[in-house]
Design a protein around this ligand. Structure first.
Ligand SMILES: [Zn+2]
Ligand SMILES: [Zn+2]
Length: 385
């Protein structure tokens, strides 16, 4: 059974928008979860919200008036069976199809001419910076939209759809055959009305009776800050309108994040390498570190080791919550990459030799054994240097 959206709001089928809004406001005040947190009231509040959403959307309301349930089809997903009202096409219908080779077979009545529309998917390329700040993008979408001339009915304005004579409105034709096992009744969809049970004597000139036409339009998607590769933004009702002007599917915008020349992304954290010459690291220095927000001073203490990671708190990507809001930011991890000088000239070699001598490092094998190294430290159990 289709949900009684009018009943839920307690309004008549001819109620106008203002009336529906009044009824909704009144119920919402009574049932609001902040006032009544119990489960039953919350479920009712949810129903009331749905009913309001459906009845204030002209397209969805029309589905209801046609005996369908726009949310039912939305729940069952695009491309699937689902179907309107009691005349479902999924489940048992599919099994019947297997037996009868007919869609909606088994005497389950005509199928609705009005079908939910398909979802649509568009991919957009975003730079890391755009992912970090969020961005509004204009997209050109080419989808089926409601035919304005017949408002989805499929019949030329001023004309009516008619019950199909061939199947008497049942949408299927039964065939009784006698065979050695007795009477065999088979049903197949009516070829004249294609199972719908009604025909359009004067199809709309604009859409040819389909109730929808293709149209190119521009929509603007608001990409929130913090999105990442593969994330999808759902734009409800911006997909394809279904046959017979059925409720539109959703438009999904999938983010494809471009590789950044400097930063690597790991969830909400960013990583990068800080390449410094050995001398600078040995002596200590202050450098200007690139971040997403500009330059930041970074102090390299004398004697910092290769592979050391500096954590710049809050300099990563915004943390995007499922609500679409952001909640703080990740960190920027700067990995120190110390480069040993190569291609030394004789003077530089001389200086380094002298340094090695001063530090007692002429025999590095002895040096590393004396100072422990990894194994030595482990054996002695000490943590000191
Ligand atoms: Zn039309
Ligand atoms: Zn028919």
């Amino acid at each position: 059974m289709a949900t009684d959206y009018y009943g839920i709001l307690g309004v008549g089928r001819d109620a106008d928008d203002a009336e529906i809004k009044r009824a909704y406001r009144k119920l919402a005040r009574e049932l609001h979860p902040d006032v009544n947190p119990d489960d039953e009231t919350q479920a009712r509040f949810h129903d009331v919200k749905n009913a309001y959403e459906v009845l204030t959307d002209p397209q969805k309301r029309r589905i209801v008036d046609l005996g369908g349930d726009p949310l039912e089809t939305a729940r069952s997903g695009a491309g699937g069976g689902g179907g309107f009202s009691a005349a479902g096409f999924g489940g048992l219908g599919d099994i019947m199809d297997a037996f009868f080779g007919a869609s909606g077979g088994g005497g389950r009545g005509p199928r609705s001419r009005v079908q939910p529309g398909e979802d649509a998917l568009i991919r957009i390329d975003l730079t890391l910076e755009e992912c970090a700040t969020g961005v509004a993008r204009e997209l050109t979408v080419d989808t089926a939209v409601l035919c304005e001339k017949c408002t989805g009915r499929g019949a030329e304005p001023g004309t009516q759809t008619m019950t199909c004579d061939t199947c008497d409105g049942r949408g299927e034709i039964q065939n009784v055959q006698r065979s050695f096992i007795g009477q065999v009744v088979t049903a197949r969809p009516c070829p004249v009305c294609r199972g719908v049970g009604e025909v359009i004597p004067h199809p709309c000139a604009q859409c040819g009776g389909d109730g929808r036409v293709r149209s190119r339009r521009t929509v603007t998607v608001q990409v929130p800050a913090g999105v990442g590769d593969g994330m999808r933004i759902r734009m409800a009702g911006q997909g394809e309108v279904g046959p017979g002007g059925g409720p539109a599917g959703d438009l999904y915008v999938e983010v494809s994040e471009e590789r950044h020349e400097y930063f690597r992304r790991d969830g909400v954290n960013l990583e990068c390498d800080l390449v410094l010459p050995m001398t600078a690291v040995a002596l200590g220095t202050t450098i200007s570190q690139r971040t997403l927000d500009g330059e930041e001073e970074l102090h390299v203490e004398p004697g910092t080791q290769h592979g050391h990671t500096y954590t710049l708190r809050g300099k990563g990507m915004p943390r995007l919550r499922s609500t679409g809001r952001t909640d703080g930011r990740g960190d920027l991890l700067v990995n120190l990459d110390v480069r040993v000088p190569d291609r030394l000239d004789s003077r530089q070699t001389e200086l380094l030799r002298e340094l090695a001598e001063l530090r007692g490092e002429e025999r590095p094998d002895l040096h590393s054994q004396r100072n422990g190294g990894l194994f030595g430290r482990r054996r002695s159990g000490g943590r000191g240097r």
